[in-house]
Ligand binder design. Structure first.
Ligand code: MN
Length: 353
């Protein structure tokens, strides 16, 4: 991956790339722990960390010069200054959407041109390699297995928080990485909250329970949503659910290489655009996913993105009716050469528990 960074530097006539966003550091260097920063140059790759992680870095990143930043200037930016001076570097870039103000002030003080760039590594990350696809596939399978377990626990009286906690536990027991990942599990009228936080509310008869969750496998994430009903679904619940299913199916049919995100959005609202439910949909209908849960390509009516083979994206149209409830079904999709493959396969038909 370092070669892609170096190609970028050559094309743009820049001599160094300071990478600090954790997912980008992991993507480029394959390092799997914390407190890590990279400085990539044509001659040498530098890896900065503190003494807690130097041993791991030496094992995982043999092609890097490992630097303990505490003993080299006392900050990562100071460590970079020492390298820039010794290599006589004239310009370097850094991630403008991530570096904090204090680090920026320090970078500016270095006697070289410091150029803010955004989205360079993210662009590389949007098309997945076969290893990445395999990790994403496994993350989705773990989430599918956890679904089988959690639906047995959904009973009147149990709270959203307890269910959310059990869901996370099941994913770890099924093979997920243990790093926490915020899962949504909400019920009743609260399901109209697009990103509601699990509360102490108890599950009641007739509630929708909306679970938007996922896990990480080797740092690669899954993201899926299922909405179930506790007890018998009402005719209204069934009606909105079937519209939602149609929206999901229509969207998936549109997800082929070369499709514009706006085409997928148009397909997603086909089933509701002439109904009273149109005003209750949310236009952000999907996003790329990899080491970060929301990454390019984003899909919605204003997106300029075009889907490409080996993008992995979620599709999550939804209908959210305030003071009534919301329904979202979300799947994680691999864009293939001639169509797509759904990586999440938990039951999607309306479950009445
Ligand atoms: Mn999502």
């Amino acid at each position: 991956m370092e070669n892609r960074v170096i190609d970028y530097l050559r094309v743009n006539n820049i001599e160094g790339f300071f990478i600090s966003k954790p997912q980008n550091v992991r993507y480029i260097s394959k390092y799997t722990s914390d407190d890590a920063f990279l400085f990539i140059t044509e001659k040498e790759n530098y890896f900065f960390t503190d003494p807690r992680y130097t041993e791991q870095a030496e094992c995982e990143c043999p092609d890097y010069k490992i630097i303990n930043w505490r003993a080299n200037g006392g900050s990562v930016a100071e460590s970079i200054r020492l390298i820039v001076e010794s290599m006589n570097i004239k310009s370097f870039c850094f991630e403008g959407d991530f570096v904090n103000y204090n680090t920026y002030e320090e970078l500016k003080g270095i006697n070289a041109e410091a150029i803010a760039v955004t989205g360079v590594i993210e662009e590389f990350r949007s098309v997945k390699t076969s290893d990445e696809i395999q990790n994403l596939r496994i993350a989705c399978q773990i989430a599918d297995r956890a679904f089988e377990k959690i639906i047995k626990d959904i009973k009147i009286g149990i709270t959203e928080k307890e269910l959310a906690s059990r869901l996370s536990h099941y994913m770890v027991m099924e093979g997920s990485d243990t790093k926490p990942y915020g899962n949504i599990l909400i019920s009743g009228k609260r399901t109209s909250l697009l990103h509601g936080i699990p509360s102490g509310k108890s599950i009641e008869y007739g509630d929708f329970v909306l679970m938007d969750y996922g896990c990480a496998y080797k740092g690669y994430l899954s993201d899926m949503t299922r909405t179930v009903v506790v007890g018998k679904a009402t005719p209204d619940q069934k009606k909105v659910y079937s519209l939602e299913m149609k929206m999901l199916e229509d969207s998936k049919k549109a997800m082929i290489p070369g499709a514009r995100a706006t085409d997928v959005y148009e397909a997603s609202v086909q089933a509701i655009k002439d109904t009273e439910y149109f005003k209750y949909h949310y236009s952000g209908i999907g996003h790329g996913i990899g080491m970060f849960v929301h990454e390019i390509p984003f899909m919605g009516p204003k997106s300029n993105e075009v889907l490409a083979e080996n993008n992995v994206v979620t599709i999550e149209p939804g209908i959210y009716i305030p003071d009534w409830g919301g329904i979202r079904i979300e799947d994680q999709i691999l864009i293939t050469r001639d169509g797509n493959e759904c990586l999440t396969n938990a039951e999607r038909e309306l479950l009445e528990l």
